[in-house]
Structure formats: C-alpha cells, structure tokens
Design a protein. Structure first.
Length: 439
C-alpha cells in the first residue's frame, strides 16, 4: 500500500490505526505474528522487534535464540475483519540476526533472491495461485468436526451450495485488502470451495496467499465454521490442491504465448526445467504425510508429464489468450510454504533455461485410464513423505536454492515427521492430531 516508512506512519495517524501486527511464517508455512502499538513502529522500522526463535519450529537452538522482525513497509494492509473502533494493520516482515544480517531461515528472503536471479537473466515471472479448501461445521464448543458444511458438487448453486455467502464475504474482504479475486465457486467435494486471485510477481503472490488463508479462516470462524487447507481431509473425496500458474516475460512479451513457435525456446526450456526438478522439490510442494493421499486421484497428478488442457497431467497449458497464456503446475497443495515453493519452482525453470533443456513430447492421454505401456515410461512423483524427503536430501539443486542451513533444519523436522507417520498404527488418528484443525 505504501512504499516508505514515513508514508506508512502518516497513513496510520490519518486512519485511526490502534494495533499493528508484524507477520511472518515458519519454515513450514505456518503463520505467526507479534502485535505492537503504533508508537512502537518507528523503532520496529529502525531496529526490528525481537522474538524467541527457539520457540518457532525449525528456526534456532536455545543458545542463540534472538531474532528480529523488520516490517516491510510495502506490505502494509488493513485487516478489515477486525472489529472497530481502532483499525488493525499488518505488515509482513523480513527476519534478521542481531547483527542485522539476514536470517538463513527467512523463506521470504529465499524467494526474493530467486526473483532477483530471474531479473538478472533478463526475465520477469508472474505467478497466480488457485487455492482449494473445505468448510466444516463446528461443535457447541467451536471445535471443528468432520462434517462438511454442505453436500454440493462442482459449480453447484444454492441450496446445494451453502458456501456462497462465505465466499462472497471472503472476496469482499480480499478486495478491501488490495488483493483482487478473479473467480470463486463450489468445488467437487462436499463443502469444498475454490477462490482464485489475480496473478502478480512471485513475492506478492506468496504474501497474498498467506493473507488469503488467514482471511478464509477468519471469515469461516465468524460464521461458526472451520476452514481446512489440509490436502486430503476426507478420505474418499477430492483433495485440495493449490495449482500454481506461471508465465515468463522477456522485454514485455509473454514467452508462453509462443510455446510451440520457433522463438519459444526459453518457455519450453523453462517448462522442461520444472519437469526435470519436480521429484526432488516435491517435499516443498507436498510437505506433509497427508499430501500423498491426494496425488494420483480426482485430477491430482501421479506422473511427471505435460500436455495442453489435459487435467490428468502434472503440467497443463490451459486454453487462454493474451496475458493469461501460462503453464499450470497441478501437484502442489495448500499446506506448503509459498515462499520456498515458489523459489524452487522458479529456480527450476530458470535452471532449465540456463541449460537449454529440450521439452519432452506432450503426453496427450488420460493418465488415470492409460495402459501400463504408457505410464511405465513416465517418471512417477514421490509416493510418500519419506520418499520425498530422500529425494530432497540428495538434491544439490535444492541445497543451492534454499541454503544448506535451512535445508538441514527442514529435513530434520520432516524426517522425524515421516518416521512418526510410518510408526503410527492409526493413520487417521495421526492426521487428526498433526494436521486437522491446524492446517
């Protein structure tokens, strides 16, 4: 909203701002914040606000536990759902060490570095997210139940779709926050919904995705519901995906508009780079044990492949025109950390461009019904959290993009999570304890 600290302070004085939230997310995409009063904001801009990093999963050991949140003034957003009088605003923050250097676990900075490398190569990448979620009823104590809010299906309307008003409130709230929703509708599963918002630069898209999830949860809770971004909350129903749409521009031209033209080599190599790296970055696109229940059914991909329009593929090129021509990566789910996921996807594409990778032929078949003669020639996606951990651990590419310290801490947590899941006698109980009600 405002690009300088002085403009921000002026805005707050003129708009009755009484509370300031300093937001960030941990390595695993869980949102966190500290609230301060407006008179503390100048000091926050100057020196940051300290917090106990040892208490944040995957951040720091107890002997060096101090880190500082430094608000990014360009991310000032009013939270319209908070009660008045006295407005509440939120900033997303960069995370610094006591000496002012960047904290190695600041995933927002990892994405910023990937965007900078993209610019140095002469390209601009745009990213848009399509995020699905479920609405569940709550009990008399406000705790989430496993009962979906409705029994509607894809694109149904009221009375089968009971989520219309919830989606409307979410979209209006997003508009007030400067996030432009493009479409909303009921999805295939009972109580399942989708809201898509306009594409933008990768960092803004990641920030907006965090904002979107917090708005969805807040508006749902206000209506006595629980919003779940768990990838597969209902075993026999469609999972919730977070399709990532990407386009690549050079000198103002959308290169995906000429994907099949002689001059479309960069776009083809970008797509080829993503296809080549997806197995080793899947841990960051599908980061929890429950993620792997979703892959391979209800239009979620199982194999590394691409095609035009085909929803059984890992990557499809949607039928679109002008600036909306793009590639759609269909494997990610909403439990991811968007900063790390976007950084790895973007870096994989750029790696393909640097190496001049050739795009393999399109797989123009329905992979859910294709014979084994077709599928055995394709590389499968990891089938479990344990497999995804092993692939990421052995990837020099992943280590280079996210940094060795961040990767080691991430792997340590995920190895423990995978081991606990394998040891669990009741997988549904594990999901309920670890994920449902939290994600």
């Amino acid at each position: 909203m405002n690009d300088t600290a002085s403009e921000v302070l002026t805005f707050m004085k003129e708009n009755d701002v009484q509370f300031v939230r300093l937001g960030f997310c941990d390595l695993f995409g869980m949102q966190k914040n500290i609230s301060i009063l407006p008179d503390q904001l100048p000091a926050a801009f100057g020196d940051g606000v300290s917090f106990d990093a040892h208490a944040i999963r995957g951040f720091r050991d107890t002997e060096k536990s101090d880190l500082f949140l430094c608000p990014d003034p360009a991310t000032l957003t009013v939270l319209p759902w908070r009660p008045g009088p006295g407005r509440v605003v939120r900033f997303y923050c960069d995370i610094k060490n006591p000496d002012g250097s960047t904290f190695s676990g600041d995933s927002r900075q990892v994405l910023r570095q990937a965007v900078r490398r993209c610019g140095e190569l002469g390209y601009v990448c745009s990213v848009g997210a399509e995020c699905e979620f479920y609405l569940f009823k709550t009990d008399e104590n406000g705790e989430p139940t496993h009962t979906p809010f409705d029994r509607g299906g894809y694109l149904d309307i009221a009375p089968l779709d009971r989520g219309e008003n919830v989606r409307r409130e979410i979209c209006l709230c997003l508009e007030e926050m400067g996030i432009a929703p493009e479409a909303s509708h009921h999805e295939q599963g009972p109580g399942q919904n989708e809201i898509d918002f306009r594409f933008g630069d990768p960092l803004s898209c990641a920030d907006h995705l965090l904002s979107f999830q917090s708005v969805v949860k807040a508006i749902a809770a206000r209506g006595g519901l629980f919003a779940s971004f768990m990838p597969k909350p209902i075993p026999d129903a469609p999972g919730s995906g977070m399709h990532v749409n990407l386009s690549l521009h050079q000198n103002g031209r959308n290169l995906f508009g000429g994907l099949t033209d002689p001059g479309g080599g960069a776009a083809r190599s970008f797509l080829a780079g993503i296809l080549s790296r997806v197995p080793e970055i899947t841990l960051f696109l599908n980061p929890i044990a429950n993620s792997y229940d979703r892959l391979g059914s209800f239009e979620a991909p199982r194999y590394v492949s691409w095609s035009h329009q085909n929803r059984s593929q890992l990557v499809r090129i949607p039928a679109a025109f002008g600036e909306k021509v793009r590639m759609e990566l269909r494997s990610p789910d909403p439990s991811l950390n968007p900063y790390l996921a976007f950084a790895l996807i973007l870096s994989a594409g750029l790696d393909g461009v640097r190496r001049g990778l050739e795009l393999p032929p399109a797989t123009d078949v329905d992979l859910y019904t294709a014979p084994q003669a077709v599928t055995k020639a394709l590389t499968p996606l990891p089938g479990s959290l344990d497999q995804a951990v092993r692939l990421a651990k052995n990837s020099a590419f992943v280590r280079d993009v996210v940094g060795p310290e961040l990767l080691d801490r991430y792997l340590r947590e995920k190895e423990a999570e995978a081991a606990a899941f394998q040891a669990a006698q009741n997988k549904d109980a594990f999901y309920g304890e670890r994920y449902f009600g939290r994600i």
